[in-house]
Design a protein around this ligand. Structure first.
Ligand code: MV4
Length: 474
């Protein structure tokens, strides 16, 4: 095991990794920016070292600063969390060169999976289902129009370096293809410095189902169940659940098998996620692979009884992963609500300020992963995630009932936040019926808008229950 770990991140995930280090008995150092000096993970860590000013490129994304922080504090490993440098192959490479273990996959694997055309190629070779599309990147527009015609419309043009929907364009006709390709290329070049794009068949309102995998340094690769992450707004996940509701047993089996096969083909080590799109007929297609621990990992932990961050650290330290696929049968159901400092009534405008009162929910089946405390000032430089409320129940209904209870108990004053939005979502009959898909939140927003604009809006704002009300309550 490592002698000391540098946590190169902030917020709730820095705290989550710190907790794993405590459970392992490994001392941890937090690398923090000026803006996070007063944060909870900094206070709770064994040591903390400032790596620069609030600005992300000058602190959390500053590779020399992160490496120096690890070296001067005597750390032999770096945990990157998610976001920031978590999928930076160059950091993983430098770590190797200076004798520090990067807690994640090898640099070559990060790089290969970070390129979606290459990832597609690896998956195709290993027999993982893909949507019909180009084998590699688009080089010739005349050929592309013909390929698009063969695939059938609509098609989607995606950036190989993309993610989160950036550099993505849907084309509904052959004339559309030419324009969409150049727009996607320009957008990708501007956003990622890489204008390469590929094309594939576009699915209407698919479900987003992803599979958690873990690999060790001995060639063991195990799938640890799936999560449904269809409930997204502008490519940001809002609510996730495990197992995926209404997924036929046989489809699930094949999905997990495909994910294992794909991760093996990628020579994967560490925790990772293969994302799939699921169509209305229950067919699934590989979309992309994430080479990091993800925000929504706790729901997998809750239904499988495993600490993914602890095992991520253990396999990075050279331990063998001792479980097989069959050791994981999901027990009950888990749901996660991401609580962000955003104003759901005002187009999810970020809200900054100082938290007045914070009361976290608790009781049976409730877990809160959050760095929040009363008096905490939310820095404006970073993403707006305040934490996650995770519930577990013997079945989906109980997990939902407990989420309802947890959201009802939660008090956060001083900033706008999404707890009221979640209260409304959790109470929605379509959500309760498990009818989730990637078009759900846009449709839900439409439905709720009428209620919000109704003349009794003022009255609703006094209510703790649905429809959702301003976060600045209590
Ligand atoms: C798609 C798709 C439909 N068909 N690809 C959005 C983000 C990026 N990771 C991929 N995305 C999509 N790719 C094909 N061929 C629909 C989406 C998509 C989506 C996917 C998952 C969750 C939410 C989404 C919202 C809109 C579009």
């Amino acid at each position: 095991m490592f002698s000391k770990i540098l946590i190169a991140n902030r917020g709730e995930i820095a705290l989550r990794v710190l907790r794993a280090c405590r459970d392992l008995g490994v001392p941890a150092v937090i690398a923090y920016s000026d803006a996070d000096r007063e944060s909870l993970p900094v206070r709770l860590a064994d040591e903390a070292v400032c790596i620069g000013p609030a600005s992300v490129p000058r602190s959390y994304n500053n590779i020399p600063a992160v490496i120096s922080a690890a070296l001067v504090t005597g750390c032999d490993a770096i945990h990157p969390g998610y976001g920031f440098l978590a999928e930076n192959a160059y950091l993983a490479d430098i770590c190797q060169q200076v004798g520090i273990t990067f807690i994640g996959p090898r640099p070559g694997v990060i790089e290969r999976m970070g390129n979606k055309a290459e990832a597609r190629h690896v998956m195709k070779e290993s027999g993982v289902p893909l949507l019909p599309g180009t084998e590699g990147i688009i080089t010739n527009i005349a050929d592309t129009r013909q390929i698009a015609r063969k695939i059938g419309f609509p098609v989607v043009i995606k950036a190989v370096a993309g993610g989160g929907g950036r550099g993505m364009r849907v084309a509904t006709s052959e004339a559309d293809v030419t324009r969409s390709v150049s727009m996607a290329q320009a957008e990708a070049e501007a956003a990622f410095g890489n204008g390469d794009v590929y094309i594939e068949r576009y699915l209407d309102r698919p479900r987003h189902v992803e599979v958690q995998v873990i690999g060790d340094n001995f060639g063991n690769v195990v799938a640890i169940g799936e999560r449904d992450c269809s409930l997204q707004r502008r490519h940001q996940k809002v609510i996730e659940e495990a197992p995926a509701p209404e997924l036929p047993k046989k489809v699930r089996e094949n999905l997990l098998k495909a994910a294992t096969r794909g991760a093996k083909a990628a020579n994967y080590t560490s925790v990772g996620t293969l994302e799939f799109l699921l169509d209305q007929e229950g067919r699934f297609y590989f979309m992309e692979m994430n080479t990091r621990i993800q925000v929504e990992h706790p729901i997998t932990e809750e239904v499988n009884g495993i600490d993914l961050v602890v095992w991520q650290i253990r396999v990075a330290a050279g331990e063998r992963f001792p479980f097989k696929e069959d050791d994981f049968q999901p027990r009950g159901h888990s749901i996660e609500c991401r609580i962000t400092a955003e104003d759901a009534l005002n187009d999810f405008q970020p809200s900054v300020g100082t938290v007045g009162t914070y009361v976290a929910p608790g009781g049976p089946g409730v877990r809160v992963d959050s760095h929040l405390f009363s008096g905490y000032t939310i820095p404006s430089h970073y993403d707006s995630l305040l934490g996650k409320i995770i519930t577990w129940g013997k079945d989906r209904d109980e997990a939902i009932a407990r989420m309802r209870r947890a959201l009802h108990e939660t008090v956060i004053t001083g900033v706008n936040h999404t707890v009221p939005f979640h209260r409304a979502m959790i109470s929605d009959p379509e959500f309760r019926a498990g009818k989730v898909h990637t078009g759900f939140i846009p449709a839900f927003m439409e439905r709720s808008q009428d209620l919000l604009n109704a003349s009794d809006r003022e009255e609703r704002e006094l209510s703790q229950d649905e429809p959702f009300v301003k976060g600045r309550t209590a």
